[in-house]
Ligand binder design. Structure first.
Ligand SMILES: Cc1cc2nc3c(=O)[nH]c(=O)nc-3n(C[C@H](O)[C@H](O)[C@H](O)COP(=O)(O)O)c2cc1C
Length: 160
């Protein structure tokens, strides 16, 4: 079944870039997204977020409306919205990957593929490159021993 896919990037406000705050955000988002049948992945690189959200078009649009006005980040820039595509990020309702926390070999792999500035992978503004970065991050998470898959498989339907 096809779903809508939305990708945006933004700049984290200083107080959100603590591990505790981010893990809280991840947990709350995963619970809410599971209820709405949304799956996704959120990358943090330095202070830049890149997030993909997939699910029912109305649910994804409504969520993005809330995210866009969230004070925990700024300069929210919509990179792409596709109304009907196969679900590619079905592994987690929400998963946060901090690229600075990647093990050395995995950071080196990312650094060989993407531009690096001040030790941080530069989050691309180009849609294809941004999508590639998200897919690489997904692949690294799935192949890593520290992978934490959702206990419940992602469903196309919102929870009853
Ligand atoms: C970078 C970032 C990503 C977020 N991702 C999600 C998400 O995937 N799902 C979600 O429910 N909330 C997410 N939020 C939180 C929402 O902005 C919002 O706080 C939440 O949906 C609750 O909204 P409400 O208080 O209006 O109900 C995110 C916030 C930020 C800053």
């Amino acid at each position: 079944m096809n779903v809508a896919r939305l990708i945006y990037r933004s700049i984290a406000t200083a107080d959100v870039v603590s591990n505790t705050t981010l893990r809280e955000l991840e947990g709350q988002a995963a619970t809410a997204n599971a209820k709405a049948g949304i799956s996704g992945l959120l990358i943090l690189s330095g202070n830049v977020f890149l997030q993909v959200l997939e699910g029912d078009a109305a649910a994804v649009t409504a969520l993005f409306g809330r995210i866009a006005t969230d004070k925990r980040h700024r300069q929210v820039e919509l990179l792409t919205f596709d109304a009907s595509v196969p679900r590619c990020f079905e592994d987690w309702h929400m998963r946060l990957v901090d690229l600075l926390d990647l093990p050395g070999d995995k950071r080196a792999y990312m650094a060989s593929k993407y531009r690096v500035d001040n030790d941080c992978i530069v989050v691309p503004g180009d849609v294809c490159q941004a999508c590639a970065l998200l897919l690489d991050a997904r692949h690294l998470c799935l192949s890593a021993p520290w992978n934490r898959p959702d206990s419940e498989p992602v469903s196309d339907q919102p929870a009853a």
